[in-house]
Design a protein around this ligand. Structure first.
Ligand SMILES: O=C(CO)[C@@H](O)[C@H](O)COP(=O)(O)O
Ligand SMILES: [Fe+2]
Length: 222
């Protein structure tokens, strides 16, 4: 599954671009939310989800790179978010929030973690989540290079997911492009966030979505 990240889109044409990737077969839209504290950058809030909701029928997933995600969940749900992804780094006890998103808010829940988080730390929560978001760059900015060590981490994560909750999706985020998507897929990922490789593609976003989906599907042998 391909999840174009709108962080790399031309915001003056956001609706048009989201319609284009939807038509090209994108599976979901990835919305990067940054608070300037958890990551050294600011991005967008629930108003963007509100604007995009009528534009596309595919799910909108919200990647909350914020210190205090609990403050913002209701607002994103109200505007039409389908999946809420929170970072393990900011949660002393993740379970209450994971359960709140799933049971009280009735939304899909993702748990994200940075490239320096030991994979074993995710294991206790795999049964509680719909999606494990393995950062393949340090969060905060688009256009960074995929961290090669991520491949070994993905293999470990795939083994743990298969053991505890095979329905849990493994999403990769950061530096995913035509060169890296195949190896990430081969190592165990099945959802691919791509910002620059979609919205910055010389051939255009539609062609990029189709090409990335093809390259990923050829390598998913696990
Ligand atoms: O969460 C983030 C960055 O913190 C990502 O979702 C980026 O937006 C991905 O951008 P590319 O690396 O694909 O350009
Ligand atoms: Fe993201």
């Amino acid at each position: 599954m391909i999840a174009p990240s709108i962080l790399a889109a031309d915001f003056s044409k956001l609706g048009e671009l989201v319609r284009e990737v939807t038509k090209a077969g994108a599976d979901r839209i990835h919305v990067d939310v940054m608070d300037g504290h958890f990551v050294p950058n600011l991005s967008m809030g629930s108003v963007v989800v509100k604007g995009l909701r009528p534009v596309t029928t595919i799910p909108l997933e919200v990647h909350l790179m914020v210190e205090d995600p609990g403050r913002f969940l209701d607002g994103f749900v109200k505007e039409g978010a389908d999946t809420l992804i929170v970072h393990l780094e900011v949660l002393a006890d993740p379970r209450p929030m994971l359960e709140h998103i799933k049971k009280a808010l009735g939304k899909k829940v993702g748990l994200a973690f940075n490239p320096d988080m030991p994979i074993e730390r995710i294991e206790p929560y795999l049964r509680d989540i719909d999606l494990a978001l393995c950062m393949t760059v340090f969060p905060g900015f688009g256009g960074q290079a995929f961290i090669p060590d991520s491949l070994e981490r993905l293999k470990k994560l795939r083994a743990l997911v298969n053991e505890h909750n095979p329905a849990c999706e493994i999403e990769v985020d950061g530096g995913i492009d035509a060169r890296t998507i195949g190896t990430a897929a081969g190592a165990g990922a099945n959802v691919f966030v791509a910002g620059t490789a979609v919205f910055g593609a010389p051939a255009g976003p539609a062609a990029a979505v189709k090409n990335l989906a093809l390259l990923a599907s050829e390598q998913m042998s696990w």
